[in-house]
Design a protein around this ligand. Structure first.
Ligand SMILES: *Cc1c(COP(=O)(O)O)cnc(C)c1O
Length: 386
């Protein structure tokens, strides 16, 4: 279930060039370094003014918070259902995570969001597993409260909201190129924004020491203001990683199309079970999924665990977020957060929410088999429990 698609053949010549020249550091060449070209291509693809390639999406989230220049111990609102990297980036930036409840459809609970927004200095919305929260409501609330919005679009490259690209709705959008995301460079990330001063600060802090910032096409007076005034965290992306990402950009439309096809095929099959609820997308949302999430209904914890074991025995890994030990997406395991709160609604969702990977290179036949395996496992354990 964690197999990856082969990287494009077109890469070989570029990787050979980098290996024979040894030109791996993004700031060695005077111009046209792969990392610089990636930034230009990614910004163009997304319709953003600026992009900064970094070592991970976590680094992009951290730099986004640092670039916002929040005071120490500023409170940052994040979803109660996301990957542990998100609260970790908040802690890393000397801020305090405030957790917001999510609903049964894995999206931000807007009522809880409204309650908590007045006490925070910034918001990070994780489009967890590519599920988009009600961005119209969230953008309007953030704007009215004058609170900057960062989109964690690590798992949402290719998703649109009313035709707009996810990651371009907030002040900053952050993406991941880790292997389980839409583009696989092993590790890597990128942030996009239209704000010249903000990206200038992020560029310097990412490790554009001395005058290396001159190699970024950003208004140069934005940099002059910050010269020697910001710490350097060295979170740059190497040219080799950038080359891996660039070669996959043309593959993206196909991956988005196949991912949605695979997801919708399995979703339609699973929806035939009386024990499964597959939350529908919100109307403005067109997703680019590489996994499927669904809720088990009317089953005991014991039957849920038996289902997961039966599916695993037949070769399909089902992770029940709240029932697998030390799951990094279960908020009660984020014990590095001071005064970790309880989120009863989110906990209830996680106890019966299932996660199955559907890598986009899987064929429809493979996906049919996964759906059949899941339905059979469920039938067996519910018959045994009856
Ligand atoms: C993968 C992921 C991250 C972390 O990305 P890295 O590049 O591994 O740091 C953050 N948020 C979400 C929602 C993710 O899926």
């Amino acid at each position: 279930m964690h197999s990856a698609e082969a990287l494009p053949e077109s890469l070989r010549a570029e990787v050979d060039r980098l290996l024979s020249s040894g030109d791996l550091f993004r700031y060695t060449a005077d111009s046209d370094a792969p990392a610089t070209l990636l930034e230009a291509e990614f910004a163009e693809m997304m319709g953003s003014r600026f992009a900064l390639a970094v070592s991970s999406c976590s680094a992009a989230l951290f730099l986004s918070l640092m670039a916002l220049d929040l005071p120490r111990d500023a409170r940052v609102l994040i979803p109660g259902f996301t990957f542990a990297a998100v609260p970790s980036a908040v802690i890393h930036a000397n801020c305090l995570p405030v957790l917001c409840e999510v609903g049964e459809n894995y999206r931000i609970d807007i009522e809880d969001f409204k309650t908590k927004l007045p006490d925070v200095s910034a918001v990070i919305i994780s489009h967890m597993r590519g599920h988009t929260s009600d961005m119209d409501a969230i953008m309007a609330l953030c704007e009215a409260a004058d609170v900057p919005l960062i989109e964690d679009a690590a798992h949402s490259l290719g998703t649109t909201w009313s035709g707009r690209r996810i990651g371009t709705l907030g002040k900053i959008g952050c993406f991941s190129f880790q292997s389980y995301k839409m583009i696989n460079a092993g590790e890597g990330g990128i942030l996009i924004t239209d704000d010249a001063d903000l990206v200038a600060r992020a560029i310097i802090m990412s490790g554009a020491y001395e005058h290396n910032w001159k190699k970024h096409p950003v208004l140069q007076d934005a940099f002059a203001r910050h010269q020697n005034k910001l710490p350097l965290y060295n979170l740059r992306l190497s040219n080799l990683s950038a080359a891996l990402v660039r070669a996959q950009l043309p593959e993206l439309p196909r991956r988005i199309k196949d991912g949605l096809r695979n997801h919708d095929l399995v979703a339609a099959r699973l929806a035939t079970s009386p024990y499964i609820d597959v939350p529908a997308p919100l109307p403005p949302e067109v997703r680019a999924p590489d996994s499927i999430q669904f809720n088990l209904t009317g089953l005991s914890d014991e039957t849920i665990r038996a289902f997961s074991a039966a599916a695993a025995a037949s070769g399909v890994k089902v992770q029940v977020f709240g029932q697998s030990a030390d799951n990094a997406r279960a908020f009660w395991n984020w014990q590095f957060i001071p005064d970790l709160p309880e989120l009863p609604a989110t906990r209830a969702v996680l106890m019966r929410a299932c996660d199955v990977r559907l890598p986009v290179h899987f064929t429809t036949e493979h996906c049919e088999n996964i759906a059949s395996t899941l339905l059979e496992a469920l039938e067996n354990v519910t018959r045994a429990a009856a």
